[in-house]
Design a protein. Sequence first.
Length: 327
Amino acid sequence: MGTSRKHVVVFRKIPDDLLGRIAERHDVVVADPRRADELPRFRDALRDACGLIGSSYKLGASELAEAVNLRVISSISVGVDNYELPFLKQRGITLCHTPGVLTETTADTVFALIIATSRRLVELSNHVREGRWTRNIGDDLFGWDVHGKTLGVLGFGRIGQAVARRAALGFEMPVIYHDPFDVPVPAVLDGRVQRASFDDVLARADIVALTLPLSDETRGLMDARAFATMKPGAIFVNGSRGAIVREDALLAALDSGHLRAAGLDVFAVEPLPHDSPLRSHPKVTPLPHIGSATHETRRAMAELATENLLRVLDGAAPVSAFDLSRI
Ligand code: DGY
């Protein structure tokens, strides 16, 4: 096991005690490349870096080409779409991520969007805040039930299953799901969920929740055809990645009245540009990518990412490497 000090670049804020843990063992540069004033320092530090830890920054092959000593990227995220996987594979760089610790929190966020869109929570809260609650509301402001509705889950990985568990066990919702892989159904959901084709899920669900990872296969998957296949009056919720959705097609489906509402935690471009029609569309409940953003979960993610980084730099196996042999 290697014990010598190595160069580490921390490119996203992590708690001080974890930063201290890394700095005890290695030489650390903290630089956030999303800040113009820190980008040159980040680029400079890359040249010596053996390890990188951070998230929410697209690390392209041309930038990483400079990092000739790089051995590990420890991402504080479960999604790995910010990294060029073939490049990492070819260079033999270990990519670690943080699955598991954020599953329940992200499923909570997806479910919050399901309830918020169906019951029009944000719109009606604004009704009160803006002083428009001057008499009892009428059916023009009623929402739609969540319990008992059919939920379609696209992507039956950890998060999709956690959403399905909330729906089936907590809200008595029939759940249908589609996943490109033959995922085993956990015992707790046995007999409570049904596998279906992609089109079948779209056609039968009252609410469709997207929990697929972004990849070459899923980019743009929710296009005009997919939205047209959804049931008239259905609700669409996205808790995974914005680029899986053709936002122009989603807007058209909302504007035509084909879809009732959309709850979106993620967007093709983040932060959502000011002039995006999704920002203030009356049928859209937008969130600023908060899937895993609780104190407890972000702490757990940073801890796991720190552990992964230190292990790889020590020559040991990380807790959660992304399997680059899959690509
Ligand atoms: C994840 O962990 O992938 C979250 O979406 C944060 O980026």
